[in-house]
Ligand binder design. Sequence first.
Ligand code: ZN
Length: 337
Amino acid sequence: MTSDGLARAAAAGIHCLAIPTPFAVGRVNTYLIDDDPLTLLDTGPNSGTSLDALERALVDHGRRIEDIELLVISHQHMDHLGLAAIVARRSGAAVAGLDLLAPWVARYGEAMEADDVFAAQVMADHGIGEDVRLALLAASHAYRALGAACQVTRPLADGSVLSLRDRELRVLHRPGHSPSDTIFHDERRGIVLGADHLIKHISSNPLISRPLDVPLSEEPPARPPALRIYLDSLRATRAMDDVDLVLAGHGEPVLDHVALIDDRFKMHARRARKIRRLLADGPLTAHEIAGRLWGTVAVTQAYLTLSEVLGHADLLVAEGRAVEERGEDGVVRLRAA
Ligand SMILES: [Zn+2]
């Protein structure tokens, strides 16, 4: 069954190709844009299953991988860009992506390693034990080959316009879910290709990631305030009043982005109140807070839940409602102010 949103997109020449991934999130939505150049937004992960699915989905539209002329990457996550190098090599397509993303994806292996080192430090700082850290790093290593290095041949500046024959897409950097999240706004049609910036059925997690503007050879400074960055991006998207269709990277299209973003704001406000209440019993590490909020999920999804709590910790600290203190054990705890 095709939703109204996808039918409208198809009428505008944008076809959703849902490609399987091995991740809990399920399929990733890539989009074939029937235009000149023939454009593909995102690819699915680097696996035989995904490549096969992508090829068959293209055939359904009378196309082959070799026909793709422009490949656009929405952000740095492997379920979105894993096949980019293969698609680019087989098709000779130009590869467009945010300028900040280009050096990261060109050195994908090293960049992932640096991200893991950064994440391991954040986890150690905030009370995640070595056993869980090692398990998560092992999982990250196991998944790494689902992405691959790729050359971005057309770096895109934030605010620039990607022009195809039948449409102009405004390139907008919306960091938060990842540091490179980029959305593409067809201002004339009111359509946004939003990737993982805004997803209808799950709140897009503001994962704490190594900043893109710090060279791999350099030690990054303090962790970025991921939730604050994400909420700023959501506010910018909420203010886009000429949008009535957001095509998401997972799940159904978003037809009322303002209502959905307002729901997200409410959810985050509720969570902030809950965390503030937990601190009434005394200082807690972010990992302990995650455990009280989510139980065992705070172990199986330790980095995700830690990122979420730290995002709120940053906001509480900024509002003067909590302070962060590093104990003699080197672990940071949050205390009510
Ligand atoms: Zn993502």
